[in-house]
Design a protein around this ligand. Structure first.
Ligand code: PRP
Ligand code: URA
Length: 199
């Protein structure tokens, strides 16, 4: 389902409404994979017929942290699966000349250092934004971070793995390369613009 929906998301004829819906759906499906290793503990519940010995998540606290703007497009889908997660926001944009990430906003849950964090951004291109996002989180005490993206370039994976060996990357696709403007080829274009119709 993720691959099918990703094909529709990539299509240049897919408009912002459909793009937003599809990105949320894929994020929800990926949240299943990202939470696969959450620890469980035993519990008991009374069913209408008898006592069931079952499992629940072992009190792990989660936080979802989108990198603005495009990461916002994945938050709703993840929260549908994990409604109790807290949400933080990191505002970053790529300077078009230097391609370096510029911070303009950061607001995180007060107990961020106690939470397992899912950092979300659909595009991992040079990796500059993801590395900066992880840096912010670690500066504020975060210790357990996973990155969920939609499309990654080999260059971005290499950069994030070199900077933060402890951060696992979950991506729906690894594309060929970056072009001369550091856009992912074939990618999907500019994720923020396609989500919000700004170009
Ligand atoms: C896009 C995308 C990532 C970043 C990836 O954001 O959402 O945050 O580029 O590129 P990188 O791996 O080379 O850093 P952009 O800077 O276009 O900002 P926007 O989401 O506000 O449009
Ligand atoms: N940011 C995007 O939105 N798209 C890319 O291909 C690269 C960075």
């Amino acid at each position: 389902m993720i691959q099918h929906k990703l094909s529709l998301i990539r299509d240049k004829n897919t408009g912002p409404k459909e793009f937003r819906e599809l990105l949320e759906e894929v994020a929800m499906l990926m949240a299943y994979e990202v939470t696969r290793d959450l620890p469980l503990e035993d519990t008991e519940v009374e069913t209408p017929i008898g006592l069931a010995h079952t499992k629940v998540i072992a009190g792990k606290k989660l936080a979802v942290v989108p990198i603005l703007r495009a990461g916002l497009g994945m938050v709703g889908g993840i929260l549908r699966l994990i409604p109790a997660a807290k949400v933080g926001h990191i505002g970053l944009y790529r300077d078009p000349e230097s391609l370096a990430p510029v911070e303009y906003f950061c607001k995180l849950p007060a107990d961020i250092e106690e939470r397992d964090i899912i950092l979300v951004d659909p595009m991992l291109a040079t990796g500059g934004s993801a590395v900066a996002g992880v840096n912010f989180l670690k500066q504020r005490g975060a210790r357990s971070i996973k990155l969920m993206c939609l499309i990654a370039a080999p260059e971005g994976i290499k950069a994030l793995q070199a900077a933060h060996t402890d951060v696992d990357i979950f991506t729906a696709a690894v594309d060929e390369r970056l072009n001369e403007h550091a856009y992912i080829v074939p990618g999907l274009g500019d994720a923020g613009d396609r989500l919000y119709g700004t170009r």
